[in-house]
Design a protein around this ligand. Structure first.
Ligand code: SF4
Length: 177
């Protein structure tokens, strides 16, 4: 009887609460336009494949969650020919998050040096762009451009998947325009 009461009150709570998932804020037309422009450039210049190496140089992992979301089927990165790779030797684009911690400086430089030319670097999130709330301290070297050359910054704490997609698109389109 106790369990039935508990189940009943749980069901009542569910019906009272309703569906609370967020309404979709992203304009699908913009997403499709960005995807289409990017895909045309990728097909033309990369033979339909853009390989990204991601380095977390000291992030709180908020930016990583948004990168994960960008990689879900809704944004269809794989369908566009964009994929993440484990080795910098296979990468065209380096995506760096976080203020660069002192411990990651050498690893970041080595990753950059290991990438073949031509190569691009995006600093992602406020921390990567400016050092963010961490700045430059005894433990952090601040923005990514303090360590390696950066082609584009995507601000935000963290930036949304749409902003990440637009940033990737912008750096590639800019390079071939
Ligand atoms: S920009 Fe914000 S979410 Fe990204 S690593 Fe810095 S504090 Fe975390």
């Amino acid at each position: 009887m106790i369990y039935e009461d508990a189940m009943y009150s749980l069901l009542k709570q569910i019906f009272r609460t309703g569906i609370k998932t967020e309404t979709r804020l992203i304009n699908s037309t913009v997403r499709l336009q960005v995807s289409s422009d990017l895909q045309k450039t990728l097909v033309k210049h990369f033979g339909r494949a853009l390989a990204i190496r991601h380095v977390d140089a000291g992030s709180c992992n908020g930016c990583e969650l948004e990168i994960q979301a960008t990689n879900n089927p809704y944004y269809n990165l794989e369908g566009l020919g964009i994929h993440f790779v484990a080795s910098p030797k296979h990468a065209d684009l380096l995506l760096v998050t976080g203020p660069v911690s002192k411990h990651m400086e050498i690893a970041l430089k080595r990753t950059y040096d290991a990438m073949p030319e031509p190569k691009w670097v995006i600093a992602l999130g406020d921390c990567g762009c400016t050092g963010g709330i961490f700045g430059e301290t005894y433990a952090t070297s601040g923005k990514v451009s303090n360590i390696i050359p950066v082609d584009l910054t995507i601000p935000g704490c963290p930036p949304t998947p749409m902003q990440i997609l637009q940033g990737i698109s912008a750096v590639i389109l800019k390079s071939f325009s």
